[in-house]
Design a protein around this ligand. Structure first.
Ligand SMILES: Cc1ncc(COP(=O)(O)O)c(C=O)c1O
Length: 397
């Protein structure tokens, strides 16, 4: 029998829960159709191009890219990021403003280390990304939540929260949000930047891993372009491959320096070799064509899920997302936690709302991922979900 090691745990570890998604993925059987995870489709991974890029990176840069390097490095990749995302987001950035990270997930940890003391307030969208919640939890914050409407948060509520709670930062995912799939309108973005500028003690942490995956409509300027105390996060997980574990932070100098120190202490620097490989991939292959192919694929998946829901689960209410990987579905009056048990028995999984809020949330909503399954699997999965809903409705409550 294993001895109990829990008294050895640090106090901050005692209330930390394992990732809900890991738990449900572990619980699901082999044949289960998963709308639960947030995985890109494996056929979107540029495996062949990455292999070529790796060969070339090692051939041309030789042993130098196998050496230790400085924390913010790889310089050519940072230059490429500053150029591309400066244009796409409207943020005036140079290579010096960029830190390469091990995915955006590491950025959450570094931001927590650099800026959050126990008891500090973090302002969140409700619902919000559960991986960020998991990372922030280690710094023992208080959370305030801001409901998301059709066009983003209510900016009067934002102003009240900023005034009343003086949060350390506002964590926002304004494009194709995880989990809701929603996006802030251009007007809402301007108003959010204005509200933040009027209360400039709060940092904006703008997380944008899905911004490039727009199927319809036009791209908006980042809020970070119009508010000085902003940190902008980007990731290559959804537009290249998550296994590379590469993302980036844009931050102005005063906010960047503490983040660099936190990263030095955490891991010295992100993998030098993988950064060099990624740089070759994005500059020596047609990266825009690669992204266009992902968009075309995911648009078909989204359309398949929307059509299947309309046909087989007419009770479902949702807005059609203009991009990203998720659909946020409401089944009025349904307890999606209870529905989840029926769904796993029928062979399909999703994530119920409660996982996306530190305080629990509106029980009748759930997140469905459409990027990872092919359209035919999506249709079968939605039919199983409809079957689970029927069983749930017939069950005694
Ligand atoms: C909103 C959001 N932020 C950050 C991440 C983490 O991404 P990365 O793979 O870059 O760590 C995810 C991953 O799904 C996400 O949905």
């Amino acid at each position: 029998m294993e001895s109990d090691t829990s008294p050895l745990l640090a106090r901050r570890m005692r209330d930390i829960k394992p990732s809900f998604i890991r738990e449900i993925l572990a619980a699901a059987g082999g044949n289960t159709i998963s709308f639960a995870g947030g995985l890109p489709h494996p056929e979107s991974f540029p495996a062949h191009e990455i292999r070529e890029s790796a060969d070339r990176a090692i051939e041309r840069d030789g042993r130098s890219i196998l050496q230790y390097t400085v924390t913010e490095w790889y310089r050519p990749l940072r230059e490429w990021i500053a150029h591309r995302y400066g244009l796409l987001t409207g943020v005036n950035m140079s290579a010096d403003d960029i830190i390469i990270t091990n995915g955006s997930q590491q950025a959450f940890d570094l931001i927590g280390k650099a800026f959050v003391d126990p008891g500090d307030t973090i302002l969140l969208e409700s619902p919000t990304y559960l991986g960020a919640l998991q990372a922030f939890e280690f710094f023992e914050p208080r959370y305030e939540e801001l409901d998301l409407g059709q066009d983003g948060p209510n900016t009067e509520h934002l102003r009240t929260s900023l005034e009343r709670h003086r949060p350390k930062f506002f964590y926002a995912i304004p494009a194709f949000q995880n989990p809701s799939g929603g996006s802030y309108s251009a007007k809402c973005r301007t108003e959010v930047a204005r509200a933040l500028s009027d209360h400039s003690q709060t940092i904006l942490v703008e997380d944008d891993p899905y911004g490039e995956l727009r199927f319809d409509g036009t791209r908006h300027r980042a809020i970070a372009a119009d508010y000085e105390h902003s940190i902008l996060l980007g990731s290559f997980s959804k537009i290249a491959a998550p296994g590379l574990r590469l993302g980036w932070i844009y931050a102005p100098r005063a906010l960047r320096e503490p983040l660099v120190i936190a990263k030095q202490a955490a891991d010295l620097h992100s993998g030098h070799l993988t950064q060099a490989i990624l740089h070759r991939f994005v500059t020596e292959h047609d990266f825009d064509a690669h992204i266009d192919a992902i968009i075309a694929r995911y648009r078909t998946h989204r359309d398949a899920m929307v059509a299947a829901l309309r046909e087989t689960l007419p009770e479902a209410r949702f807005s059609v997302p203009e991009g990203g990987m998720f659909l946020w579905v409401q089944l009025p009056g349904c307890d999606t936690h209870a529905l989840f048990k029926f769904a796993t028995m029928c062979g399909v999984t999703f994530v119920p709302w409660a996982a996306f809020s530190p305080h629990g949330g509106c029980a009748d909503c759930m997140r469905l991922n459409y990027s990872n399954c092919d359209p035919e699997t999506i249709r079968r999965g939605v039919a199983l979900l409809a079957e689970a809903y029927e069983q749930y409705q017939k069950s005694p409550r």
